[in-house]
Design a protein around this ligand. Sequence first.
Ligand code: LRH
Ligand code: MN
Length: 388
Amino acid sequence: MPDLTAVKTALGAQRIEVPSWAFGNTGTRFKVFAQPGVPRTVQEKIGDAAQVHRYTGVAPTVAVHIPWDAVDDYAALAAYAKERGVAIGTVNANVFQDDDYKLGSVANPDPAVRAKAVAHLVECVDIMDATGSADLKLWFADGTNYPGQDDIAARQDRLAAALAEVYARLAPAQRMLLEYKLFEPSFYTTDVPDWGTSLLHCQALGPQAAVVVDTGHHAPGTNIEFIVALLLRAGRLGGFDFNSRFYADDDLMVGAADPFQLFRILHEVVKADAIRPAAGVAFMLDQCHNIEPKIPGQIRSVLNVQEATAKALLVDAAALAAAQQSGDVLEANAVLMDAYNTDVRPLLAGLREDMGLDPDPVAAYHRSGYGDKIAAERIGGTQAGWGS
Ligand code: LRH
Ligand code: MN
């Protein structure tokens, strides 16, 4: 059986990054339901993100999205975050909301549009220099809607050229994380639709490029942990955008739709000894709390990742290997299910007490009255959202 002290140490060292945009209003093409107390500024988003770290102890960084979180002084923004016990994390570029990008950004047939997109991506690296962020995360909505609309290979050439230009701008300690997505908003081809396409571009660029696995970006039935195992084996798993889905890119709370899948994914990460931050796998949440309160939703999401990680750390690796070696199919499956069926909540509650935190972060947050305070204070102004 795994050593519980080692398991708690690993859980205490895990770091989960929250996305600034989870605190803004989000929805679907049908409706965005505004909520009381939603931030109007990036500073208020950071204040809300700091609440997640305050009660979980494992979420000390906030991913930003440019221009949703654009400010005049990024060094000052980093200082603002520091004063609240967090730091600016991954910088997400946005080349999917400008009218010029209708036919694509870096893969657009028009070289002027491509140049505009590359300029934005490079600007995001400048921002990383100011905030001290290590990772530039790139997701491209680029693609086509009809066969014949554009040349698939030519778009890959344009994409590769743009990525190489941005890659050359990275400082030695900085990384480019390339996220893939099967479809939406493009509905015939997407220029980075799957892990293989992202990996090919990353390998062509160099060692500072790695793949991001957004758990909502696959075709139904995709074995995501297989992809994770492959990327870990290739040393190119840069990180996760955690969320969950029943159908498409639903961006629901991680682990809500399929906690067993999340466990299987983290089992592969644990086996590769890649839970520890030094392994270079960024654990990020990428979610939208369309109808539920956003800060408790983020806290719950961090707990869901912790619980799945704890179960994965409790897998009896020796017993599993023995059963696998001897071809004892049922025993091998049973060893894994024993860990998955273990109630790890007492273990995590104990860890929080060891960290000087309340064993029940969601309840502690509600008792703080922070939610009521911001609902009362944040009157007027324009609530944050995706602005699309
Ligand atoms: C695209 C995506 C990407 C982000 C956006 C907020 O669907 O997953 O990671 O830029 O959501
Ligand atoms: Mn994502």
